[in-house]
Design a protein around this ligand. Structure first.
Ligand SMILES: Cc1ncc(COP(=O)(O)O)c(C=O)c1O
Length: 358
């Protein structure tokens, strides 16, 4: 097994003569093994890992300069929105949020100062699918790099570099590590210049993951395919169950044939993922709270992508930092409930939700 190099520094042969490793913020062999694995999973040349998904995103935004603008899809993880608006906004890096399912709107929204396009697909939490290839083609005409947060799909289901993305971003915390015991982020790129700059930032800003976490992630990766297959199968069956439930309003799952982006999902993903969002016919926080408090197997918690199923309430948890009018405008209603479906026995998951909905 890959050794865990639990060291902060490395003994050198002589002053100025080291064995390839000087200091562990800069290099660590366990981290190198993980980075090689992540690059291979995404079909990319270089991977750079960070101490969290947000630290990885932070490094990407540090590629920009004051006055630049990031054009974003409007259904972003709340923490990504917070980083852009509350940290980089006051420092003069602007961000603009648009419906990126509308490619004409995308074309019109690109300005001379647009220096990066940032998107997630499937989106969080309304599970829309964005057309990575079409967006990259539009960006390419203007020479704008595209970063795709591939956390929800995982590299097993979708590889954005193959569709023309410049940077793939992961909250490794989720499916890649897979066991809800690690916080980590990663970036994968093919461009050598961008890779060098990101490696520089990894060392210069210093948000590196520890070797123990790199080891746990390498172990998690060994079962990524099996976990994803099982979780996707559970999610599809559960999405059908919820759609037929009398108390449930909308069910958002790209694997449903009547999902507005079902065929796009089928063309760019290998399966439809294991995240489901649904809201209730009684669209109130109170009704949502009954369901959220009524499950036993689905644990009420933020995050996703672990082997155990989670239930969450984006309006008050992951997306609480987004103003109410803004979230309602793109369908993130008060009763919207998000499920991260795990790998448990399907019947147990269904009966747990059935009890809570009752
Ligand atoms: C889609 C997505 N991107 C990024 C992040 C941030 O990652 P981390 O929590 O590892 O910093 C999250 C966290 O929930 C996420 O869901």
């Amino acid at each position: 097994m890959t050794p865990i190099y639990q060291t902060s520094t490395y003994v050198q042969d002589a002053p100025g003569k080291h064995k390839g490793f000087e200091y562990a913020r800069t290099h660590n062999p366990t981290r190198d093994a993980l980075q090689a694995s992540l690059a291979a999973l995404e079909g990319g040349k270089y991977a750079i890992c960070f101490s969290s998904g947000l630290a990885a995103m932070d490094a990407v935004i540090k590629l920009l300069n004051t006055g630049d603008e990031v054009l974003c899809a409007n259904d972003l993880y709340g923490g990504s929105y917070r980083l852009l608006t509350k940290v980089y906004g006051p420092m003069g890096i602007k961000s603009n949020y648009i419906d990126m399912t509308n490619l004409d709107l995308l074309r019109q929204s690109i300005k001379p100062e647009t220096k990066l396009i940032w998107l997630e697909t499937p989106t969080n939490p309304t599970l829309q699918i964005l057309d990575i290839r079409a967006i990259c083609d539009i960006a390419d005409q203007k020479n704008i790099p595209v970063a795709v947060d591939n956390t929800f799909a995982s590299p097993y289901l979708q590889n954005p570099l193959a569709f023309g993305a410049t940077i793939v971003h992961h909250s490794i915390t989720k499916y890649i590590a897979g066991h809800s015991d690690v916080i980590m982020g990663g970036l994968v790129v093919n461009d050598e210049g961008i890779a060098e700059r990101l490696k520089f930032l990894q060392n210069a800003s210093g948000a590196v993951p520890g070797p123990q976490d790199c080891f746990l992630t390498l172990r998690g990766i060994k079962t990524l395919h099996i976990r994803m297959d099982r979780a996707c199968e559970n999610a599809l069956t559960l999405a059908h169950y919820l759609r037929d439930h009398p108390k449930v309003g909308r069910v958002m799952y790209p694997g449903l044939k009547d999902h507005p982006h079902h065929s796009l999902a089928a063309s760019q993903m290998r399966n439809y993922g294991a995240m489901i969002s649904f809201d209730l016919k009684d669209d109130s926080m109170q009704a949502a709270n009954h369901v959220l408090g009524g499950t036993k197997l689905f644990s009420l918690a933020e995050s996703l992508g672990g082997v155990e199923s989670l239930i969450g309430h984006p309006a008050s948890m992951t997306h609480a930092s987004i103003p109410k009018e803004q979230r309602l405008a793109y369908g993130l209603t008060d009763s919207l409930i998000r499920l991260s479906v795990g790998i448990e026995t399907y019947e147990d998951l269904e009966s747990d939700l059935a009890r809570a909905l009752k």
